[in-house]
Design a protein around this ligand. Sequence first.
Ligand SMILES: [Fe+2]
Length: 543
Amino acid sequence: MTLDGPFEPVTRRFDPSLRSGSDDLLMENPWLKKNVTSSFPEQISLALSTDPSSTWVSWVTIGKNVTPLDPSSVASEVWYGTGSGKYASQQDGKSTVPFRWLLNYSSGIIHHVRLEGLEPGTTYYFKCGDSSVPAMSDEYSFKTMPSPSPNAYPSRIAVIGDLGLTSNSSTTIDHVIKNDPALVLMVGDLTYANQYLTTGGQGASCFSCSFPNAPIRETYQPRWDGWGRFMEPLTSRVPMMVIEGNHEIEPQVNGITFQSYLTRFAVPSEESRSNSSFYYSFNAGGAHFIMLGAYVDYNITGTQYSWLVDDLHRVNRSLTPWVVAAWHPPWYNSYNSHYQEFECMRQEMEALLYQYKVDIVFNGHVHAYERMNRVYNYTLDPCGPVYITVGDGGNIEKVDVDFADDPGKCPKPDDNKPEFGGLCHLNFTSGPAKGKFCWSKQPEWSAYRESSFGHGILEVVNSTYALWTWHRNQDAYKEDKPGDQIFIVRQPELCSPTTKETSNPPQGARASDPASPSSTVILSSKTMWLMSLLVALFGIVVR
Ligand SMILES: [Fe+2]
């Protein structure tokens, strides 16, 4: 458990007998092919709203021919109720057809409906579609989250990053389904459809450019449709919460970006007062989740930051003791790939997350696994979050195997340029790497790292304990031994002052400022580690 930490860093190297990557599934693959007749709903997916009284249902309608459709030509209806075949309620929603300017295929009609008036912890049965055609879907069901409470949590929360649409991705999703999650967090880089962008003659890299001679760069919507079908067995019954990664940027003509992400996914942006799909929050029982945008303004002076201050300030830890944050690129990362790439974001936001005692941070982007010791401002700190990178979903770009501390592998400061924001690389100011950009051994803040595909499952037990298990793909079809497992233990009493009573948002404070919230921690790190040990010795029983 984290109480036993900080742990000596451990590395498990990539096993060369495993696949380091795999090719994309072809559009002819049965998982990607259209599986309903014209006008019937497909790619059905669920997403949570901010609280359990409301849930989003989304789907796509694709007509006979793949030309742009009129969004008003097919209705957005959901029939739902608590008994199979008995739909006491109906809710209508909205529809859209983005990408009508594209020269290749546009998307179909994308529907989003928000169901309201739901009871927490209750199973609902639903059909979606257009009853006037008639073209309603088969019946599906889902269970709403428990109400915010320190005693109620979703059973298992799957965390997936950088999934893509390869045979490795399909192993990951098989494995996730086997682990039967109640909720899925997708920490960015979803479909890798942007690899299919037409180049527009701009020399952009693409793995399979379907329209290489098109005059402009265009997003390639069939891969998004294929991914929606591939995910439907999971997402039609388990809510999936997404956040954007760099592969969702999809730059197009006239500076248009993020169109697939923005139009295909419903997220509780209005409900969580962000009014932006790029960052939002929601509750799942006694856990408050904050999804942050790394590819939109994250500066202290920006709207995301002020929303985050407000959101953290409003969290009632007596109802939702756990606060979990997620965004795409990691701040703490000892792999060569993307090393210190989002250091600017860390310098802007880390102090705020630390002050409000965020418990866990999930990231992707690096195509491997890494779990950090509790850390703040690159210093071991028992009040820092546990950072975990799970960018190992299995996309076409292969697993990352090199570490920044490997001989000759320390990247040059401008090797890893972020797609958004500037370069804020730093040399360490203390410890074994003092004065250097890279460590010469695995950094002390990196507890465990392994190059393998997989996913994670978070099981929150109560307001103190949550079990985190990393599942490797190579273990999916045999004895499912955890690749990494740890009890994450909250000790808010050791990290005063408490959030609610003392929350003066640290406007303008940076991690490196002498007046940053680290100075508000009453006890020294050493004292707290000692207290942690005493608490552990004197009787906390976990299992
Ligand atoms: Fe990424």
